[in-house]
Ligand binder design. Structure first.
Ligand code: URP
Ligand code: ZN
Ligand code: ZN
Length: 460
């Protein structure tokens, strides 16, 4: 099967030009003006942006968490991602404390295999680092193609590791060419504040926010950067939200250390005033919580300064009924919000259309950097000869409104209900196949493939 995408405006992280893109099988075979080729299918992309499929390196599909499961599974989650122009996601395997990494990998494979519609990969969350786990690291990287290891500095008792384990893990991961991802918030400080608020009868969602002040994130981010510097291990802070935490990363650059930073679309465009809506605020109960307007400005600036490298989602949806588990106690509200489908269009609309970031920067933070950092480039993350034909055709001017009534995520509310967006994903190709067109998904579950990743980048 061959496809010729004609006359589109091809935009990558570095280039912007009008060309045809010729695809044979799963890969891009040629790019050029007025290509003289015959193809089985011709797609007229005149007036459209032709960009690499998005990569969301932070999603939680079908994840056991806080006494329930995130409501999108591999089928619904990766399909919704495709509708929104994201062709590859990276999900988190969670090791159960006391069990092996292999057991966790088997469990996640059983959920994902044969169910994904779009492509996916895994990070391995190490929640119990010991002599046995240590022996598993090399094979997880070299045989399984999982080169990034997630750590939690919070969620004590379930997911959190201490600094001693963190340093041991960093040394082992560095030895084998991997990278450490971190949820960088000070778990003990947060647990103290949660207990204090509850003891004072402060139980509304607002107190979720007030139990995780900026200092809890700034402190942990600085500590993580110090440990990564000490061990020489590449580090990546997930879902960074605020000025204090970004300043810790900025400080690390003064000793010529690169700590990769991911923020998420919600932290760029939503703020903590949403927690004042009584229990409706539960829709945005996530960790870390939404922050202040000044933090949004810091994050947009951080993108342009090259300090914030990736805009992800931390997609972790729960049905409203699940959120109600915390109706009388904010600490029981399952943490997370849905965005896998909305990320690219919101980032384009709020970022590119409003003049905060360039079109090339959009591609860089929505796709290319994640591919580079996590060892998938140039197979994924760009439009280039030899790359997988993961391509979106995007109408930069079409206006539409986000709503739970029309989205494809398996969740009965939207964190962006009624949000007016300019720019729409029209057609999506994944490995040379048209998977989304005219608001319809054209492939079934099982089309999505696991992406084995190479050793990670230390710099980009
Ligand atoms: O609230 C969140 N972020 N839920 C998902 C788990 C995590 O910490 O990433
Ligand atoms: Zn987290
Ligand atoms: Zn997460």
């Amino acid at each position: 099967m061959s496809i010729l995408i004609k006359n589109g405006r091809v935009v990558t992280a570095t280039d912007d030009y009008i060309a045809d893109v010729f695809i044979e099988g799963e890969t891009i075979k040629a790019i050029g003006k007025d290509l003289n080729v015959t193809a089985d299918q011709i797609i007229d992309a005149t007036g459209k942006l032709v960009m690499p499929g998005g990569i969301d390196p932070h999603v939680h599909l079908d994840m056991p968490f806080m006494g329930t499961y995130s409501s999108d599974n591999y089928e619904t989650g990766t399909r919704a991602a495709l509708f929104g122009g994201t062709t590859t996601v990276i999900d988190f395997i969670l090791q159960k404390q006391g069990n092996s990494l292999r057991a966790a990998l088997d469990e996640w494979n059983s959920r994902a295999n044969g169910n994904a519609v779009g492509d996916y990969s895994f990070h391995m969350a190490v929640t119990d680092f010991n002599e046995d786990t240590k022996k598993e690291i090399k094979d997880i990287i070299e045989k399984e193609g999982i080169s990034s290891f997630k750590t939690f500095m919070a969620y004590k008792g379930a997911l959190m590791i201490d600094d001693r384990q963190m340093i041991g893990l960093m040394q082992e991961v560095k030895k084998h060419g991997g990278l450490i991802n971190v949820h960088a918030t000070n778990g003990d400080m947060i647990d103290f504040l949660v207990a204090k608020n509850k003891a004072e009868g402060k139980l509304a969602p607002l107190y979720h926010y007030l139990s995780q002040p900026e200092v809890t994130e700034a402190e942990a981010s600085g500590r993580f950067a110090d440990m990564a510097n000490y061990t020489g291990c590449p580090g990546y802070i997930v879902h960074l939200t605020c000025e204090g935490a970004l300043n810790a990363v900025r400080n690390a650059t003064r000793r010529n250390q690169k700590v990769f930073v991911e923020t998420c679309i919600q932290y760029l465009i939503l703020d903590a005033s949403l927690y004042e809506k009584d229990f409706e605020g539960a829709k945005w109960v996530m960790s870390p919580p939404l922050r202040e307007k000044k933090d949004q400005s810091t994050l947009w600036a951080g993108i342009n300064q090259g300090l914030v490298n990736v805009v992800a989602t931390d997609h972790c949806p729960f049905m409203w009924e699940q959120k109600l588990m915390g109706k009388d106690d904010f600490s029981k509200i399952p943490n997370g919000h849905p965005a896998i489908e909305n990320r690219m269009e919101l980032l384009f609309s709020e970022g590119v259309k409003k003049g905060k970031i360039s079109l090339n920067k959009f591609v860089e933070v929505a796709s290319t950097n994640a591919a580079k950092i996590f060892g998938m480039f140039p197979k994924k993350g760009t439009v280039a000869v030899g790359s997988d034909a993961d391509i979106i055709l995007f109408d930069a001017d079409e206006k539409h409104t986000l709503s739970a009534k029309t989205h494809h995520m398996n969740v009965d509310y939207s964190g962006y209900e009624g949000w007016e967006v300019t720019g729409k994903v029209k057609t999506v190709l994944l490995r040379g196949k048209v998977v989304i067109d005219d608001n319809a998904c054209l492939v079934e579950k099982g089309y999505g493939q696991f992406v084995k990743r190479n050793k990670v980048a230390g710099t980009i």
